[in-house]
Design a binder for this molecule. Structure first.
Ligand code: PLP
Ligand code: COI
Length: 340
C-alpha cells in the first residue's frame, strides 16, 4: 500500500516521514539503535559536528519493483564509503551489517512512502554520522550519533533525462588536492554553496569543478560525478584523489565494459579537450544519469550531443542502470539487496 502523492513530480525535497533510525556511540561502542518518530536531534551546543565539521553523510535509494517488492542498490558500497569517510575524520565506523539493517528498518517502517513502480520515483535514504558531546578544543568527539532518515524523491536536476547545462567554476574549488574531496563530508558541500548559487542564478543546473592543483582537468559536478562518451565508444570518467568515489560511476564503468563492450576508462578529462566527447553526463544516486547539454567554460559554451535531446549511449546506459535498480534487468552478482 502506498499513500497518495504526486509521485511523478516530487523533485528532490525534504519530507518528514513517520520513522527514522537512530543509534548512539558511547564508551567506545554502538548501541543497538532503534526507530523513532522524533525527527529532531538533541545535541550539545559544543558538538564537534557543529563547530569543526566532524560529520559525514551518505545517499542511497530504495526501489519498488514491478512485483511490488522493495530493493536497495549496492548499500554495502555506501556503508564502505561511510567507513572510509569516518576513518578520514577520526569517527567510529558503522559496521556494514548495522548500516544495511538500519536502512532496511527505515524502508520497512515507511513502506507506504516507497513510490509505486513505474513512476520513476524512489525512496531516498540519508544516513548521517555526527560527532557530538561536550568538547570545545579541535579534537574528535567521544560520542557519535548515526541516523538514517528517508523521503520519496524524483528528479534531482530539473530535466531528468532531458539535458541541462552546467558551468565550470573558475574561482572556487570544492576541495583541496590532499583535502577531503574523496570523503562525503558536509564541508565539501559548504564550499560548493556559493559557486552553486552563481550557477543556479545563471540558469545552470550545477557547477563543474576543475582539479584544484592545476585547473586543467574536470573533477566532478557539485553533486555528482562526470562522464563523457567519446566518438570511438569510450566511457571516460575522471580519476582524481579529490573527487567522491561514486557508486553510480563505478557501476556505469562496469556496465559500459561488461554489458556494452565499451572501453571504460578512469583517467584525465582535460577541460580544453571537450571536443572528443560525443555525449556527456552527470551521474550519482540523486542525479542518476543526467545528460549534460552544454558546458560554459569562460566565454566558450560547448554543446555535446544536443541541448534538448539525450544521446543514444547515455540513454542505453540509463536504461540498463535503472532497469537493474528497479528489478527489470538482471543485476550483476551482489548489487541488489531485497528489503523483505
Ligand atoms: N560526487 C558528489 C560530489 C556527490 O555528492 C555525489 C552524490 O552522492 C556523487 C558524486 C555521486 O556518488 P554516488 O553515485 O555514490 O551517489
Ligand atoms: C546523492 O546523490 O546521494 C548525494 O548525496 C548528492 C547530494 C548532494 C544530494
Amino acid at each position: 500500500m502506498t499513500v497518495e502523492l504526486d509521485w511523478e513530480n516530487l523533485g528532490f525535497s525534504y519530507r518528514k516521514l513517520p520513522f527514522r533510525y537512530i543509534s548512539y556511540y558511547k564508551d567506545g561502542k554502538w548501541d543497538d539503535g532503534q526507530l523513532t518518530e522524533d525527527a529532531t536531534l538533541h545535541l550539545s551546543e559544543s558538538s564537534p559536528a557543529l563547530h569543526y565539521g566532524q560529520q559525514a553523510f551518505e545517499g542511497l535509494k530504495a526501489y519498488r519493483t514491478k512485483d511490488g517488492s522493495i530493493q536497495l542498490f549496492r548499500p554495502d558500497k555506501n556503508a564502505e564509503r561511510l567507513q572510509r569517510t569516518a576513518d578520514r575524520l577520526l569517527m567510529p565506523q558503522v559496521p556494514t551489517e548495522k548500516f544495511i539493517d538500519a536502512a532496511k528498518q527505515v524502508v520497512r517502517a515507511n513502506e507506504e512512502f516507497v513510490p509505486p513502480y513505474g513512476t520513476g520515483a524512489t525512496l531516498y535514504l540519508r544516513p548521517l554520522l555526527i560527532g557530538v558531546g561536550d568538547i570545545i578544543g579541535v579534537k574528535p568527539a567521544d560520542e557519535y550519533v548515526f541516523t538514517i532518515f528517508a523521503m520519496p524523491v524524483g528528479n534531482y536536476f530539473k530535466g531528468g533525462l532531458a539535458p541541462t547545462n552546467f558551468i565550470v567554476s573558475e574561482h572556487y574549488d570544492r576541495a583541496a588536492p590532499y583535502g577531503t574531496g574523496a570523503a562525503k563530508v558536509g564541508g565539501n558541500y559548504a564550499a560548493s554553496l556559493l559557486p552553486g548559487k552563481y550557477a543556479h542564478d545563471h540558469q545552470f543546473s550545477d557547477v563543474i569543478y576543475l582539479d584544484p592543483a592545476t585547473h586543467t582537468k574536470i573533477e566532478e559536478v557539485g553533486s555528482a560525478n562526470f562522464f563523457g562518451i567519446t566518438r570511438d565508444n569510450q566511457f571516460i570518467t575522471p580519476l582524481s584523489p579529490s573527487i567522491l568515489p561514486s557508486v553510480t560511476k563505478y557501476s556505469l564503468l562496469y556496465l559500459a565494459k561488461e554489458r556494452f563492450g565499451m572501453e571504460a576508462i578512469e583517467g584525465d578529462v582535460k577541460i580544453d579537450e571537450l571536443d572528443k566527447f560525443a555525449e556527456a553526463g552527470a551521474c550519482g544516486t540523486a542525479a542518476v544519469i543526467s545528460p549534460i547539454g552544454g558546458i560554459q567554460y569562460r566565454d566558450d559554451f560547448h554543446v555535446f550531443y544536443s541541448e534538448t535531446e539525450v544521446g543514444p549511449v547515455t540513454r542505453k546506459l540509463y536504461d540498463e542502470l535503472t532497469g537493474i535498480q528497479f528489478g527489470d534487468i538482471k543485476a550483476p552478482e551482489g548489487w541488489i539487496v531485497k528489503v523483505d
